[in-house]
Ligand binder design. Structure first.
Ligand code: FES
Length: 161
């Protein structure tokens, strides 16, 4: 086999043999793999979480929400769910790293790292490790529903009327 035309800078003008060429190829592959991994890491970390919404939001009276309904509460980045048992609210802030999930087919998807949630916020696939968080829900003096995103509540917090 004729000598390759590549020149090895470590050995002056001597032609590069097959072993050196394969070594060079391996190093180039490792550098490219590292660069690709770094790009992936930067993309993973460059998510764009929305600023946290802190507050209390007054909604309509319970009768305004039909049974088996899901109502977006955009100002609170949440949904209000009324099922056959009662009411509950779930945050639309992804429990992974804080991006706001988007409505999609059959539920919600996080635009940052791809976590998927069902219609009422149950976890379908990660990287998130849990379902969408529950939000405190109660009634004010006038009998209207109120959600308060400041209060921690148990996962199954539910208002039964
Ligand atoms: S913020 Fe990472 S999956 Fe939602």
């Amino acid at each position: 086999m004729p000598a390759m035309l590549l020149r090895d800078p470590e050995h002056g003008d001597a032609p590069m043999d097959r072993r050196d060429f394969l070594g060079l190829l391996t190093r180039a592959f490792l550098w490219l793999s590292g660069a690709a991994g770094l790009v992936g890491l930067v993309r993973f970390l460059s998510y764009d979480p929305e600023p946290t919404i802190i507050g209390r939001y007054t909604l309509e009276p319970p009768a305004a929400y039909p049974p088996d309904s899901i109502t977006p509460i955009s100002e609170a980045r949440a949904i209000l769910v009324r099922d056959q048992v009662g009411f509950f609210a779930r945050s639309l802030v992804c429990p992974h790293l804080g991006c706001v999930v988007e409505k999609g087919d059959g539920g919600y998807q996080c635009p940052c790292h791809g976590s998927r949630f069902g219609e009422v916020g149950e976890l379908i696939s990660g990287p998130a490790k849990r379902s969408l968080d529950s939000i405190w829900l109660g009634l004010d003096e006038a009998g209207r529903l109120v959600v308060d995103v400041r209060l921690d509540v148990p996962r199954e917090w539910r208002l039964i009327l």
